[in-house]
Design a protein around this ligand. Structure first.
Ligand SMILES: C[S@@+](CC[C@H](N)C(=O)[O-])C[C@H]1O[C@@H](n2cnc3c(N)ncnc32)[C@H](O)[C@@H]1O
Length: 411
């Protein structure tokens, strides 16, 4: 196979990997991938499309789709696939008449039909025949952005276990920074053996997370989370929370049969708008590139005379750093936190939720390791809390939560 053929083959394999990953979690995207694979691999299009007179149009589009998938600029094999899916979702959300039939299959816009119904393949290729060229053009300049609001729990839970009463909250790789509001959301952990544990200040239930392993009992005052004195995020491509277009872009990047995730995202934006009107600190995300800007970001974000601990966190961010840059980031945070805690006599918590690195194993494909680093008067501890699905729909805790609990107490 020549180089182009190999790359093309690899891209088709990623479609298949994506379809397999999505199967139990997003039947709509699994079905879209499968139909795309069938169409691209086969010069023929499905019989129904032939009968609908779409064959010629689809055959000419096919070569342009293959050229799109083979472009050298993609950061990984899934990049072009996710861009196409996001732009198509955006068209559906915007009510584009050319993809009208698809609305019935997208639960994010109220669709009720299943993609396993026989009519789906034809609806998809018909939409594709109509918007294919525009879809490819828009996907070329689309930037995949996500801000998974379930992940706010990753700092809120350790903060509650440690009974932190007030804190400066900082986030690395924050995207839009919606997880800087986690104490205003609602998270319920449902252990397989034991009573549910709820955290956060929102009245109605939002994120419900079945889990295994022991979850410590939390005192009621701690479940509300700390008083946050400052909310500051940093990202190489910050997403502007105050631009109305941002919500639509992030919405389009959510998979089209996951209305609950869309709802949670919209609640996050509503919360930001509400908190902007009150005196409490609103989230701000600035442009910073890590590891280069680590110490500058920390030094400039924090007050000169702090009166509370720091909670720093990152979720699905260091996956974007190579090993050398990750080590540099960790070294810079470690040095800064060590000196800061000694100078100010206040503790520092770094909560992290990151996928396994190459060569590391995870209990389930794609799951993220949940761990914390703590510093108190210069003393450093690293504690592994467990693993969770990347969208935090399930978690498996180890003994780390109990170990973290044992750190609680007077300084
Ligand atoms: C998958 S998103 C996760 C966003 C958010 N933390 C969440 O969990 O929803 C990864 C984020 O890391 C940012 N990022 C990647 N490399 C970066 C770097 N070197 N410096 C700063 N931000 C970076 C990206 O721009 C993106 O917003």
């Amino acid at each position: 196979m020549n180089q182009d053929g190999t790359r093309h083959h690899e891209r088709l394999l990623s479609f298949t990997t994506m379809a397999n990953f999505a199967r139990g979690y997003s039947p709509l995207y699994a079905a879209i991938m499968q139909h795309m694979i069938a169409w691209i691999q086969d010069d023929q299009v499905i019989d129904e499309a032939h009968n609908a007179g779409l064959t010629g149009r689809l055959a000419s589009l096919r070569s342009r789709v293959m050229a799109f998938l083979d472009r050298p600029e993609w950061t990984n094999d899934l990049d072009p696939v996710l861009r196409l899916a996001a732009v198509l979702h955006r068209m559906v959300i915007d009510g584009d008449e050319r993809v009208e039939g698809l609305r019935n299959f997208y639960r994010t816009v109220g669709g009720k039909r299943s993609p396993s119904e026989p009519g789906f393949a034809l609806t998809l290729v018909r939409a594709f025949a109509r918007v294919g060229d525009e879809l490819l053009e828009r996907a070329g300049s689309w930037v995949i952005q996500s801000n998974e609001t379930a992940r706010g729990l990753i700092w809120l839970l350790p903060a509650a276990v440690l009974q932190i009463e007030a804190a400066y909250l900082l986030e690395l790789g924050a995207s839009a920074g919606l997880n800087l509001y986690a104490e205003h959301r609602s998270y319920t952990l449902e252990p397989a053996d034991g009573s549910p544990v709820s955290l956060g200040r929102a009245g109605a239930k939002q994120f419900v997370i079945p889990c295994t392993g022991a979850v410590p009992e939390l005192v009621p005052a701690a479940t509300a989370g700390p008083e946050i004195l400052l909310r500051r995020g940093a990202d190489a491509s910050p997403v502007d929370l105050d631009n109305p277009e941002t919500e639509r872009i992030l919405a389009a990047c959510i998979w089209g049969d996951q209305p609950h995730r869309l709802q949670r995202l919209r609640e996050g934006f509503a919360l930001h708008r509400e908190l902007l009107k009150t005196a409490g600190p609103a989230a701000k995300v600035e442009r910073r590139v890590f590891p280069e800007d680590t110490q500058t970001f920390l030094a400039e974000a924090l007050p000169a005379a702090p009166r509370a601990p720091v909670i720093l966190f990152d979720t699905y961010f260091t996956a974007y750093l190579n090993d050398v840059d990750l080590r540099a980031l960790e070294r810079d945070v470690r040095e800064f936190a060590h000196t800061w805690t000694l100078r100010h006599g206040l503790p520092w918590l770094w909560a992290r939720f990151e996928p396994a690195r190459a060569g590391e194993s995870s209990p389930h494909t794609g799951w993220c390791r949940w761990f914390v680093d703590t510093w108190s008067r210069g003393r450093h501890r690293r504690i592994e809390l467990g693993w969770a699905h990347p969208h935090l729909v399930r978690a498996e805790f180890g003994p780390g939560l109990a170990e973290l609990e044992s750190l609680r107490g007077p300084e």
